[in-house]
Write a protein that binds this ligand. Structure first.
Ligand SMILES: Nc1nc2c(c(=O)[nH]1)N[C@H]1C(S)=C(S)[C@@H](COP(=O)(O)O)O[C@H]1N2
Ligand SMILES: [Mo]
Length: 164
């Protein structure tokens, strides 16, 4: 009886194993694939989600003026720049997937605490929710939603940070 059942179970087990590995693959990839380039001059440094989040995550529950709401988690931009040896940069430029680009001066980075968001409700941020990375100023969230402060530096879909 057993010797007859075994061959019938094997394909099922194999299929289950395959399905589980396939459904987990995107998460494994998100943790390790290079997704954010930080460059100083010509040298570009490809950072993974794990590299960035090693700085420690901070959580803020808010609604982004562009729509997405929930708990935004990320690292302080200044901490990331310091870790990369770029905290003294006169200009830190952000380049988004849609071609949008803007920069922050040292004074602007001192005036407001910018959070580089890596997760929304615990998951890497999808493109639809303005991912993979976005800058927000948590202390301005309510004023931004009311339209009382400019969000020109709330750049989303960030792929590259360039310092000089
Ligand atoms: N990736 C990306 N971020 C962006 C923008 C953009 O076009 N792409 N527009 C910026 C500007 S100029 C403003 S005022 C706010 C809101 O842009 P919107 O009014 O064009 O939606 O998001 C900022 N961040
Ligand atoms: Mo704007």
């Amino acid at each position: 009886m057993h010797s007859l059942n075994l061959p019938r179970w094997q394909p099922t087990l194999l299929l289950l194993t395959l399905l589980i590995s396939l459904s987990l693959a995107p998460y494994a990839q998100a943790e390790s694939s290079p997704t954010l380039t930080i460059a100083k001059g010509e040298e570009g440094n490809a950072l993974t989600l794990g590299d960035i989040e090693a700085l420690g995550l901070h959580d803020f529950t808010l609604q982004h003026p562009e729509g997405p709401e929930g708990t935004f988690s990320g690292v302080w931009l200044n901490a990331l720049l310091k870790q990369q040896g770029l905290d003294k940069a006169r200009r830190v430029r952000f380049i988004a997937e849609d071609g949008y680009t803007t920069f922050l001066t040292p004074q602007e980075r001192r005036n407001k605490r910018y959070l580089l968001v890596t997760r929304l409700d615990g998951e890497p941020v999808t493109q639809k929710d303005l991912g993979p990375y976005m800058l927000i100023v948590p202390e301005d969230a309510e004023a931004a939603l009311e339209g009382d402060v400019s969000i020109t530096r709330w750049i989303w879909a960030i792929r590259k940070i360039q310092a000089r």
